[in-house]
Structures are given as structure tokens and as C-alpha cells.
Write a protein that binds this ligand. Structure first.
Ligand code: GRF
Length: 210
């Protein structure tokens, strides 16, 4: 029997990816439970959803902890207090402190709304990604789930899903279609992680059954 994983989700905005993971758990598709939702934004819809669903929440931002060192320590303590097995960045707009990245190496997933390495890195977030994709006249875009390392949108890719861009698409329609595939891709990879189906071969992660 594979141990049930304790999942901590980080979200800053609407939280639709967080809700998609929660739904997959409710549907019995993920061998895990969400033990904590962390946000930098007290007005995030993810916070409202977590509270309604009795999920523990923690808000961490500069208004609450101004000192960067205390911020890092606090975050680590929060993660340790719930015996975190997996961290999922589901639309989290802040950089994860380096101490957390090394402590939870290969245990932090991120979802990005493009086919990385295209349209990733600093400055590529939210609608900015889809506007850049649209302007560049790409034929395809999509979503990527990857492990997080010290550099923005850089860690090893676990899975990508592609969609075609049509003549009548615009940044808004692209965003909507990409978000739709994110809601399937992220729970799928969380499910694989929770079943220990992400293994390493020659230091590269492989998703078993991909
Ligand atoms: C998603 O497009 C995700 O890829 C990106 O931020 C967006 C978050 O959406 N990192 P939501 O808050 O999950 O609705």
C-alpha cells in the first residue's frame, strides 16, 4: 500500500487549479489529502474555497511578516507542522524561498500556462503569457507541469498538453482553453506523484504510464 500523501497547495488568485485538485481527491482519484492552503493574497478565491471546505489556511505576505528571514523560517515551520509530502504551486505568484526548494527537492510541482521552455521565466505570468503567445503567431500553445528548482519555470518537465491556436482566437480565448487543460493535467500529475509513479532515471524524472 502506498502511503496517503499530505499535499500543501500554494495559490494567489482564483484558485481554479486548487479546486480541480480538491475535486479529484473528492472523486477518489488521488491518493492524497490537502492539509494546508498557503496564499500571499488574503482576497484569493482559493482562501474562500479552502475555508468553506474546512481546509487549513495560512496567509504569508510582507504585511504579515516583513522580515525575509522570518518569512522563510515561518514557511518551513508551517510545512513541517503538517508533515508535507508534496507542495503544489497552483497559480502562486511569489518566488519560493531557496531553503524550501532545497528541503523539498523534487517534491514541488508547478503548473505553467505555456509549452515551456517557451514563454516562461520572469515576467511571464497570467495573461502576459497568452498575450505573448498570441503576438508571436504560434500555432500551438498549452500547459506544462514541472518540478520546481531555483530558477523560475526552469525545473524538469513532467508533462505537457498541447492545444491548437485558431485564426479567430485571441489572448482571452487562448487563456480559457489552456486553463481548461490545466484542470486535467495538474490533478493527473498530482495523482501520479501520490502513487509514487514519478521515478528518476539518469537524474531525469519519468512519469510511469505517460
Ligand atoms: C494558471 O493559468 C496557472 O498556470 C498559472 O496561473 C493561473 C492560475 O489560475 N500559474 P487559477 O488561480 O488556478 O485559476
Amino acid at each position: 500500500m502506498v502511503k496517503i500523501k499530505n499535499i500543501v497547495v500554494f495559490a494567489s488568485g482564483n484558485g481554479s487549479n486548487f479546486i480541480a485538485i480538491h475535486k479529484s481527491i473528492e472523486d477518489g482519484k488521488i491518493n492524497g489529502r490537502i492539509v494546508l492552503l498557503i496564499s500571499n493574497n488574503p482576497h484569493s478565491k482559493a482562501i474562500d474555497f479552502a475555508r468553506l471546505n474546512n481546509i487549513k489556511t495560512s496567509i504569508i505576505n510582507k504585511d504579515i511578516i516583513s522580515d525575509l528571514v522570518r518569512h522563510k523560517d515561518f514557511l518551513l515551520k508551517e510545512l513541517e507542522s503538517v508533515n508535507t509530502d508534496l507542495i503544489v504551486l497552483a497559480g502562486y505568484l511569489k518566488m519560493i524561498p531557496i531553503n524550501i526548494i532545497s528541503e523539498y527537492k523534487n517534491k514541488i510541482l508547478n503548473i505553467h500556462p505555456s509549452l515551456l521552455p517557451k514563454f516562461g521565466g520572469k515576467g511571464f505570468y497570467g495573461m502576459k503569457v497568452h498575450e505573448a503567445v498570441f503576438k508571436s503567431k504560434e500555432v500551438f500553445t498549452g500547459a506544462t507541469v514541472h518540478f520546481v528548482d531555483e530558477i523560475y519555470d526552469n525545473g524538469p518537465i513532467l508533462s505537457q498538453k498541447k492545444i491548437k491556436i485558431f485564426h479567430d482566437d485571441n489572448p482571452e480565448t487562448i487563456a480559457k482553453k489552456v486553463l481548461d487543460i490545466e484542470h486535467r493535467l495538474l490533478p493527473y500529475i498530482v495523482q501520479k506523484f501520490c502513487l509514487d509513479k514519478i521515478v528518476f532515471k539518469n537524474k531525469k524524472p519519468i512519469v510511469i504510464g505517460e
